[in-house]
Design a protein around this ligand. Sequence first.
Ligand code: ZN
Length: 90
Amino acid sequence: MKQISDDKKREIIKALEEHGANYPCPRCGNKSFALLGGYLSQTVQNDLDSIAIGGLSIPSIVVVCKKCGFLCQHSLGALGLLPSEEVASE
Ligand SMILES: [Zn+2]
């Protein structure tokens, strides 16, 4: 799998800092994190009886605590990192 480019990672980290996402890990208090090399796109489900594929989703990036592995997900739309037509679908 192709990883997120270093330039894009710097853009994401800058956006996280600008949005105040710079507190220590909420689980263990560690201050060292890694940015996952790819995106997550979680599907929003209307019910629990079926799985809808290709519907509404939340594109996000993941920050991983280097000590305990806690995963922090941040919506790309909320960080201003999506093209405008994709933000409208969130
Ligand atoms: Zn942690």
